[in-house]
Every structure is written in C-alpha cells, then in structure tokens.
Design a protein around this ligand. Sequence first.
Ligand code: C5P
Length: 232
Amino acid sequence: GRDHDLAGLRIMVTAGGTREPIDPVRYLGNRSSGRQGVAIAAAAADRGAKVVLFAANVDAAVLAEVQDRAAVRVVPVSTTAELERASRAAAAGAEVVIMAAAVADYRVAEVAERKIRKEDGAGRAPVLELVENPDILAGLVEERRPGQVIVGFAAETVENEAELRERGLRKLARKGADLLAVNAVSWSEGFESGENTLHVLARDGRPETVATGTKRAVADALLDAIRDTLDS
Ligand code: C5P
C-alpha cells in the first residue's frame, strides 16, 4: 500500500523551467508549467515524506496544489545558477532527488545592464551569444551520498515509442541517474496538459514501467518505482 510508505524520507523535487535573463525585462525560457513536479511533491507529502520543492517560475495557480501541505517547503527560483546553488545544498540532506525541472542548457553570455533598445541598434538586429550551463543533475550524481536515489527527467521530441526508449536509455547511462522518467513532447503535447505518459527507466536493469493518467497518478507511479529502488 502507499499509505505513508515514504514516511521519514527527505525528498528534493525541482519543478518548472529555468529562465535566463537577456536584459532587465527579457529572458530565454521554456514551456514547462511545473505541473508534473508539483504533483510529485504533493504525492510524496501525502505518502509521508518531507519535501523541499524548488519551483522554477511556476505559476501560483499551479503551486496551489501544495500550498496547504505543511510537509512541503516551496522555494521559488528562476535562473539555472540559482537552481544549481539551491539544489546542491538541499541534495546533501535528501535521500531522494527528483529533477523534474526543465533546465536551460544555455544562458546568455553577457546580460545587458539596461534594456536593449531598437533605437540603439542602428538598424541591425542584436545577436545573442550563448554559453553552456552546468548540468545540475550530473553534478548531483558526482556528489551522491550513499544510498541516495537520483531521478532525472527527459522530455523528448520523437517519432515513436521505440525512439523514446532508445534515447532514454542512452541518456540514463550518460547521466548516471538511478531512474530516468521520459516523456514525449511536441508542439501540442506534454506541457500545459493535466495528463501525462511517463516511461520510467531504471539503471539497475529493473523492467521499464509506463504510467499514463493524470499528473498525480503518474507521480504516484514514479514514487512507487523510487520506493522499489530504495528497498532493493
Ligand atoms: O539532457 P537533458 O537536458 O534532456 O536532461 C534532462 C535532465 O537533466 C532533467 O532531469 C533536468 O532537470 C536535468 N538537467 C540539469 N541541468 C541541466 C540540464 C538538464 O540538471 N543543465
């Protein structure tokens, strides 16, 4: 049963999508709403865990799902650098780390101090130079404490399920996470919706599980896989 099966566990969850500033009023971002990560935090708390939720640019309406749960501490963050600092500190005191946030792979090399104005461009469009962000998940894997379970996410644009699985398995091996939750995304599917399909791949060779349903139902299925990994 799931009733309080995660009692005593400290779980860190990241949700939403990081934003990288261009100037004081603009940013590079992504379409992650944070719904899946917030649903995981809510489900984990309902099963007895103590949760810290790093919410990267998640709307208040989405965060409402965890608002009245005393076991969830919500910490808002925005940039990848902020998320990295916060996650490294929290991961040191967590048995389970779930990286559901969509993290920007690149940031703007030099953030403009003042708003970039068309009038100042002499008729030429600006060119943004990007630099790579650190891979937070990879860093946490390097610093993993004994017995800690680290879960990565991957949203992939794919032609079919076989390609999704294949890309997922390669990413799982590359990142060194214990579990990788993979879902297909496209222009129309994955982000804003209340439903999701997650393929949960395990590094220990455990068979893949596929969960379809509300983001809450999918969250519970993922937590089942995490519990089984902790127990083994
Ligand atoms: O390689 P990809 O970006 O698809 O990997 C996704 C996983 O890695 C997610 O769990 C995401 O939170 C994490 N990630 C990260 N730091 C990055 C990029 C991704 O922690 N810079």
